[in-house]
Design a protein around this ligand. Structure first.
Ligand SMILES: *[C@@H]1O[C@H](CO)[C@@H](O)[C@H](O)[C@H]1NC(C)=O
Ligand SMILES: *[C@@H]1O[C@H](CO)[C@@H](O)[C@H](O)[C@H]1NC(C)=O
Ligand SMILES: *[C@@H]1O[C@H](CO)[C@@H](O)[C@H](O)[C@H]1NC(C)=O
Length: 337
C-alpha cells in the first residue's frame, strides 16, 4: 500500500508547494473571470426568470462567480479576500479545462470550442464539459434551493444543449428529482456553511462528499464519450475520475492559492497519441511525474478492486495523519523539484 500512498502524497504536495510566495490574488482567477456575469441581473430575463446558457463559457463561469460572492461572507473568518473559500476549486478546474482545450468538441465535427471557430462555446460532446456540468449547474442550483443566492427556486432556468437534452437537469426542481442524492449532499454542505459552529475541516468533508457524488452520477451517464479521445487522454480522464476519490478522502483544501498551485502540475494541453509520461517533452518535470502518478494510482486502484481506496480511507481518518501526509508530500516534492 506504500505505492498509492506515495503517489497520493505527491498529488497533495502539488497543493502545498510555494504557498509562501506573494500573490496578487486577482491574477489567479480563471480566464475571463472579470468579464463574466457576476450577478443575476447580468443575465437575460424572460417571464420573470433568469436565463443562463451553461454551454457558453462566460455564462457557466458566471454561475461560479455568483456562487463565490454569495458564499464569501462565510469564509471571512478564515482569511481576507475570499481566498479560503473552498468553492474556488470548481471554477479554477473549469478555467483549466477551458485553457487546455478540453471543453471543445473532441470529434471536431463542429467548431465549438476552437480558436478557429467559437472559442467560448462549450461542447456537449466534451466528456470534461459534461462531467463539469454536474460540478457547476448542480452546486449552483442547489445553492439557489438552499436559499443562499438571494433568489427563489423558480426564478432561474438553464438552457439545454442542442441535443441529448434529457441528460441534463435545467432547474432546481428537476435536478432535485433526477439527482436526489447529490442535490441533498450539496444542500447539506450549504446548511453547514451557514452554521457558525462549522469548522473548516467539516466544510471540506461535506464539500468533497457532494463533489464525489456528483461525479459518480455524471460518470455513469457520460462514460461512452471518452471514446472520442486519444487513448492517453481517455486514460487520463478515467484516472482523474478515479483519483479524485483519493484526493477527496484526504480532504484537500481547495482554496484559491492551493488550487492554483495544484493545477500547475496538471497536463497543460490535451494528450495526443504517443504522449507517454514521464517522457512528454513539452511538459515540466512535475507535470510528467504527476501524470505518471495519476495513471499508476488508477492502475493500483483497478488491480486491487479499490481496496487501496478503502485502506487510504482508514489511513486518512485522523486529522493528524492528513497533516503528516501534507508535510511529507512537501518534502517529497522538494526532492523532485
Ligand atoms: C492586482 O492586479 C489587479 C489587476 O491586474 C490590479 O488592479 C491591482 O492593482 C493589483 N494589486 C496589487 C497589490 O498589485
Ligand atoms: C422545471 O423544468 C421542468 C421540465 O423542463 C418544468 O416542467 C418545470 O415547470 C420547471 N420548473 C420551474 C419552476 O421552472
Ligand atoms: C482493470 O482491471 C481489469 C481486470 O482486472 C483489466 O482487464 C483492465 O485492463 C484494467 N484496467 C486498467 C486501466 O488498468
Amino acid at each position: 500500500m506504500a505505492f498509492p500512498s506515495l503517489w497520493a502524497c505527491l498529488l497533495i504536495g502539488c497543493f502545498s508547494v510555494s504557498l509562501a510566495e506573494a500573490y496578487n490574488l486577482s491574477d489567479l482567477y480563471p480566464p475571463l473571470w472579470k468579464e463574466s456575469p457576476g450577478q443575476f441581473s447580468d443575465y437575460r430575463v424572460k417571464n420573470g426568470k433568469y436565463i443562463i446558457n451553461p454551454w457558453a463559457y462566460p455564462e457557466r463561469l458566471g454561475m461560479y462567480k455568483i456562487l463565490l460572492s454569495q458564499t464569501a461572507s462565510y469564509f471571512e473568518k478564515f482569511a481576507p479576500e475570499n481566498e479560503q473559500n473552498i468553492l474556488w476549486g470548481l471554477p479554477l478546474q473549469h478555467g483549466w479545462q477551458y485553457t487546455t482545450g478540453r471543453l471543445a468538441d473532441p470529434s471536431q465535427r463542429t467548431d465549438c470550442g476552437y480558436d478557429s471557430g467559437d472559442r467560448l462555446c462549450i461542447s456537449e460532446d466534451s466528456w470534461w464539459a459534461d462531467m463539469n456540468y454536474f460540478l457547476s449547474a448542480l452546486p449552483f442550483l442547489a445553492a439557489v434551493g438552499s436559499d443562499i443566492m438571494g433568489i427563489s427556486s423558480d426564478q432561474v432556468i438553464l438552457l439545454p444543449p442542442p441535443k441529448d437534452q434529457t441528460k441534463f437537469c435545467l432547474n432546481v426542481s428537476t435536478c432535485q428529482s433526477s439527482f436526489p442524492k447529490t442535490m441533498r449532499k450539496w444542500n447539506v454542505f450549504y446548511q453547514h456553511l451557514q452554521l457558525p459552529s462549522s469548522s473548516f475541516e467539516d466544510l471540506l468533508k461535506y464539500l468533497w462528499a457532494a463533489h464525489v457524488s456528483a461525479l459518480e452520477d455524471a460518470y455513469k451517464i457520460f462514460e461512452d464519450r471518452l471514446q472520442d479521445y486519444s487513448k492517453p487522454e481517455a486514460d487520463f480522464g478515467k484516472s482523474w475520475y478515479v483519483d479524485v476519490g483519493y484526493i477527496a478522502t484526504a480532504k484537500f483544501p481547495t482554496t484559491l492559492i492551493r488550487t492554483h498551485e495544484f493545477q500547475k502540475c496538471l497536463p497543460p494541453r490535451m494528450l495526443v497519441s504517443g504522449d507517454r509520461a514521464p517522457y512528454i517533452s513539452d511538459f515540466t518535470k512535475l507535470q510528467n511525474i504527476v501524470l505518471l502518478g495519476l495513471n499508476i494510482l488508477h492502475e493500483v486502484d483497478n488491480a486491487t478492486g479499490s481496496s487501496s481506496l478503502t485502506v487510504w480511507k482508514i489511513l486518512m481518518k485522523t486529522e493528524g495523519a492528513r497533516k503528516l501526509v501534507l508535510e511529507l508530500s512537501e518534502k517529497v516534492l522538494e526532492i523532485f523539484n
